[in-house]
Design a protein around this ligand. Structure first.
Ligand SMILES: NC(=O)c1ccc[n+]([C@@H]2O[C@H](COP(=O)([O-])OP(=O)(O)OC[C@H]3O[C@@H](n4cnc5c(N)ncnc54)[C@H](O)[C@@H]3O)[C@@H](O)[C@H]2O)c1
Ligand SMILES: [Zn+2]
Length: 350
């Protein structure tokens, strides 16, 4: 489990203790986290060397890893060096991957600075990069030495990014905590737009319990992929077309469409599917997708890492707060669900 902080003074004290045994400390960040987040911790990192890259998913690739490895090599970083990832999911995923490969692995610490990275990307040991427009195509499982979570960083994060992280929180509720989802639907959602540390802690507790039960994603961990088969497809299409789509936004669409797949397969009652999709629509502003995307979505879904022998497999909810894994889904079922999803979104807008 990560360590939680609601102020940066105690976070800095812990960072000071953590870095003591290391021969060199590198902070990996992007231009935004260098500007907004580094100042909140830099008094604990006076001897650290900064590796800063341009922000954005388009830089989560092998060329940026080469930049990191070049810097570590130039500065003669040995195996007792530490890489601190200070940033969102892009920084945590890529920094974790780069650290795990450098000299067969140096320690890394995640200090996530987006809500999405706090509740998802920074915990669970998945690291990696995108490759040829395929999301997270190259990567390794590698646990961060420490994960330090402080919601003070969220003060400089814009609302669109907060909402993107909120999608993963809602996913955690939908796969594992019915009451939390129903409370969320009833709640004044504004309290989730600068979530306090308890909301974050609870969302992480759900993920951590699942990851602990199955660290290598052989069975129950696959539940966390709910919304992600279609979500990753949409992200891949967005990467290819330079469209602006955040991970959580893609996952919100993915959860909506996959909920209707569940309904078509009679895994979930229609009224629950409608409740979920309306909540997703009203929280995340989901809209109908252009018809022309349907064939692209199917073509990409075939490539999903979870498929076996070309058969599309998904994690699908079978009730609010419960999820089944490795459900075979046909291209026709995806097509039907997409059509129904588009109709529903148009209907909710009326
Ligand atoms: N490893 C996993 O288990 C896992 C889980 C979920 C998502 N992910 C990955 O995470 C990535 C998305 O993460 P993300 O949404 O955090 O994106 P991101 O890292 O691109 O951060 C979003 C934007 O916010 C900026 N930013 C970060 N912190 C800030 C702050 N405190 N104040 C102001 N600006 C700030 C960044 O510079 C960037 O422009 C995707 O690549 C996704 O695949 C991984
Ligand atoms: Zn995700």
């Amino acid at each position: 489990m990560p360590t939680f902080f609601s102020d940066t003074t105690s976070l800095q004290n812990v960072i000071r203790d953590i870095i003591v045994p290391y021969t060199a400390v590198f902070v990996f960040c992007d231009e935004n986290t260098e500007q907004h987040c580094l100042p909140l911790v830099e008094s604990a990192l006076t001897k650290a060397q900064i590796i800063s890259i341009p922000s954005g998913e388009q830089n989560k690739n092998i060329s940026t890893c080469v930049v990191i490895w070049d810097k570590l090599t130039e500065r003669v970083a040995d195996r007792k060096s530490l890489l601190i990832n200070l940033g969102g999911g892009v920084i945590c995923d890529m920094g974790g991957f780069a650290a795990s490969c450098y000299k067969r692995g140096i320690d890394f610490v995640n200090i996530p600075t987006t809500l999405l990275a706090m509740v998802d990307a920074s915990v669970g040991g998945k690291t990696g990069i995108d490759f040829h427009n395929f999301k997270n195509q190259i990567g390794v499982f590698s646990e961060a030495k420490e994960v330090l979570i402080c919601n003070e960083f969220l003060k400089t994060l814009d609302q669109r990014q907060i909402r993107s992280g909120l999608a993963e929180i809602v996913k955690h509720y939908l796969i594992a905590d019915e009451q939390a989802f129903r409370d969320f639907v009833e709640a004044d959602r504004t309290e989730f737009l600068y979530p306090d540390i308890e909301i974050i802690r609870k969302a992480i507790a759900i993920k951590s319990a699942i990851v602990e039960a199955d660290p290598w994603e052989k069975n129950v961990r696959k539940k966390l992929n709910f919304g992600h088969t279609i979500g990753h497809v949409l992200e891949s299409i967005a990467l290819q077309t330079n469209a602006s789509l955040l991970h959580g936004e893609a996952v919100a669409f993915g959860m909506g469409i996959e909920t209707f797949i569940s309904a078509f397969k009679s895994l979930i009652e229609e009224k629950d599917a409608e409740l979920i999709c309306y909540a997703l629509h009203s929280t995340f502003g989901l809209q109908a997708l252009p018809e022309v995307l349907t064939d692209h979505i199917l073509a990409y879904a075939i490539q999903d890492k979870k498929n076996i022998n070309g058969v599309i497999r998904m994690s699908l909810i079978n009730a609010i707060g419960s999820c089944m894994t490795d459900i075979e889904v046909s291209a026709d079922e995806i097509r039907q669900a997409l059509a129904y999803f588009n109709k529903s979104m148009d209907w909710y807008n009326k």
